[in-house]
Structures are given as C-alpha cells and as structure tokens.
Design a binder for this molecule. Structure first.
Ligand SMILES: *Cc1c(COP(=O)(O)O)cnc(C)c1O
Length: 425
C-alpha cells in the first residue's frame, strides 16, 4: 500500500472535508524550494509550506546547527530554568524587532502567540484596576484557530460554529485608501463607547484573506488613536515577519510602532513549531510587582524548546546575511517582471505585490473551497507547482532560495491557468 492509501485509515487532516477530498499526497523528501512525492514527482513549494520554510527546505546551514544542538541539550522546562539558545535568540530578536519591543514570551504556534497577546492586553488593564473587555479587529483578519484567535478573526465557515463562545470583539473594515475617514470614525466611536483593551491586526497584508494589501497611513491613524485611548496595539506578524514584505517586519514600514508583536511560522525556518509574543516595557511593567497575582500565569510545556530556538537563531542569521538579502531583492524583481507579463491579460482582475509576496485575482467568481478552486489546484499540481488559491486569488510566497527556473514553473503554471479561465462578462 502507498503512504497515501495508509493515510486514509486513521488520519484526520486540518482544514479538510474528507468526504469530498479523500486524497492526501504523500511527500517523502524536500530540499530547497522543492518537495518530492512518493511516486518521485517534484513540486515547487510556491507557498513555502504556509510561509514557514523561507530559507528553503532542509537548509543545510540550519540542519547542521540543529544536529549539533541535538547532542547537547534537547529540552528543559522554562519555568525556573533557562538556556543559551533562548537567551541568544532573545538578544537577536530584540536587536532586529521594531523599536519599543523589550520583552519576549515564548509559546508554540501562531494561534498561541495571539492568545498570549490577547491575554496580556486584558490583564495589562486588569492589573491597573481598569476592566476592559473588548478587542477591536479587522473584518477579514485571520489570527488562528484557538478560541481567542478565532474570536478576533473574520467570521467565516471556519469559526462560524463557535461564534456563541467568542470573546467580546468589534470588527472594522481595513482602511484601503478610499474609506480611511469612515473607518477611523467607526474606530473612534467604538473607543468612546466600549471598554477596549486592544486592537489586533495583520500589518499591511492580510494573509488568509487572500494576501489583501491595505493602506499603511490608514493603519497608522488607527494605531495613533488607539494609543490616545490607552488601547494596546497588537501586530500579528505571524505571516508577514522575517523579510517577506521587503523589510524584516511589516511594522518596520510604519511610523507608529505596536505595543506587542506576534511571531511564528518563518520564525523557526519551517523546522519546528514555536512562537514568540513580544511586548514593550510598559506592558511588562504592568505585570512586574510584589503581588503574585499580577504575574502572567500562562505557560506551555514546550516553551522555548532549545531545538526550536536553535533553528530560529540559524534562520535569523541567514535572513540577515548578504546572500539572503540578495535573494529577497532577486525574487522581488522576478515578480515585477512577471507582473508585466500578465497584468493586462484577460482573466486577470488585479495584481499586487509587497516584497516577495505576489498575488493576483482571477476575473471569476469562485467559492472558497468549490470545484473551480479544486480544478485550479489540480492543474497546478499537474504542472509541478504547489500553489493553493484562496478564493479567486492566486498567490506566490516561495522560499527566498527559489531559483529562476523553479520560479518559472510557478509563473508558467499560472499563465497556463489564465489561458483557461472563463472570462467574466
Ligand atoms: C497562520 C497564522 C496564524 C496562526 O498560526 P498557527 O501556527 O497556524 O496557529 C495567526 N496569524 C496569522 C497572521 C497567520 O498567518
């Protein structure tokens, strides 16, 4: 039996309706921007396995450091104990994070990074004898699948069944450059009428919403107003972090800096699950007290796992290297050239790019997980291009190491689709 056949016996996959999608492709090896299935067919990982392995799969620089760490220290509890990989990583992260981030709290994945930020923001006010029970978020945001993270995400088929159990959340549209005034007015009226603890957002690009890019100045205006009301700004950089937007972090491109930042995905170079929530010293000080009850009593068993920290350190070293900064420029300019090739073709409604993130909207209506989407996905796979359309949006967010030839596999597969799209109107 193949691995894919055996898979069907006991496994339940994420974000999968098994009745309509029984097949899961078995991958046996991965290297650089390519992975290989059990029949030997190769695919270019056009979305860096959900934007994690940005330095390429099995990057030898990182795997070597991991192998060395494996022989030294595997794991210890992070309550009462500490270790070099966590300390070193904290020094590196504070060195590169936007101004104002002073303390780091570890957890396991993007959702928990968001949970931690939400809980910190609620307790920050609680500890200062001000009960604030509301969080403001964007309508189309995505922040993860645990309850707090689901609550602050946009409403959809994913989190709909749990709506009755959500935290108190108010949602506003993203400022897109044409509606900034209205969005700001709505934001102000919420700040005036609700006890708002924090404002959470994906800075500049909403990943799961279809790489939706929005107005930086509009976001800055919201952050400034939030601050006037003592509301903490939480930047969820789980997707945007570590170079993808062309700067190390998307918030590097903002004049106003957040109070907290959530990191995961590329943090550990796609090797191991880990997350970080960073915060300002103002936030930290609200917990720092002789009063035990003012502490932040949140903790996960695998907090600051030394192996994950080691992968993160190696990843950041690569990110900061001239070689990888060159790769980022190289991919940005390849996308620019590709954009010229396709943006005026029938079938293309709109294109956009920020850093190495490239997205295009097909000029068709499409259900998020409908047949057309499945046909597109199957076509891409037949061409060896691992791309996962989000609604009618096709996006590329490939590893920085993707070669020109590998990028062409993605580009020509997309061009192949454009030839087939039933043009609307
Ligand atoms: C993926 C993602 C999350 C959730 O991360 P998980 O590791 O899947 O829990 C949160 N926020 C953003 C912006 C993401 O892209």
């Amino acid at each position: 039996m193949t691995i894919s056949e055996r898979d069907k016996n006991y496994l339940w996959h994420p974000l999968t309706q098994h009745k309509t999608h029984p097949e899961n492709l078995a991958i046996t090896t991965a290297s650089g921007a390519v992975f290989t299935d059990e029949h030997g067919k190769q695919y270019v990982d056009g979305i860096a396995s959900w934007y994690t392995c940005m330095y390429g799969h099995c990057n030898p620089y990182i795997t070597k450091k991991l192998q060395d760490q494996l022989n030294v220290l595997d794991h210890v509890i992070f309550s009462g104990l500490t270790h070099e990989p966590a300390v070193r990583l904290s020094e590196m992260l504070i060195g590169i994070l936007p101004e104002g981030q002073e303390k780091l709290f570890f957890s396991d994945n993007g959702s928990t990074a968001v949970e931690v930020a939400i809980k910190m923001s609620l307790q920050y006010h609680f500890n200062q004898s001000s009960k604030r029970n509301t969080i403001i978020a964007f309508e189309d945001g995505f922040h993860g699948d645990t309850f707090g993270a689901m609550s602050v995400s946009g409403l959809s088929v994913y989190n709909g069944p749990f709506e009755d159990f959500f935290l108190n959340v108010k949602r506003i549209p993203v400022p897109d450059g044409t509606n900034n005034k209205e969005v700001l007015a709505k934001f102000r009226s919420l700040l005036e009428t609700e006890a708002v603890a924090s404002f959470i957002f994906e800075p500049l690009v909403q990943g799961a919403a279809g790489m939706k890019m929005y107005d930086a100045e509009g976001l800055e205006a919201l952050m400034v107003l939030a601050r006037e009301f003592g509301v903490l700004n939480i930047a969820d950089e789980v997707m945007t972090g570590f170079g993808k937007t062309g700067t190390l972090f998307a918030t590097d491109q903002l004049q106003v800096k957040p109070d907290m930042i959530c990191l995961s995905k590329a943090l550990t170079a796609g090797m191991l699950p880990m997350a970080v929530t960073s915060c300002s010293s103002d936030v930290y000080q609200a917990f720092y007290s002789r009063d035990l009850g003012k502490g932040f009593f949140h903790g996960h068993t695998y907090t600051a796992n030394p192996l994950a920290c080691t992968a993160a350190i190696a990843g950041i070293e690569l990110l900061l290297s001239e070689e990888f900064q060159g790769h980022i420029q190289r991919i940005k300019s390849m996308h620019l050239d590709f954009d010229k090739r396709i943006k005026n073709l029938p079938g293309v409604r709109a294109t956009r790019q920020l850093g190495v993130i490239y997205a295009l909207d097909l000029d068709v209506e499409m259900e998020r997980y409908g047949d057309l989407r499945q046909n597109l996905y199957n076509y891409f796979m037949s061409r060896g291009a691992f791309l996962r359309p989000l609604g009618n949006t096709i996006y590329i967010l490939a590893p920085y190491t993707t070669t020109k030839a590998q990028m062409e596999v993605l580009y020509t597969a997309i061009e192949g689709v454009l030839e087939k799209v039933p043009v609307a109107g």
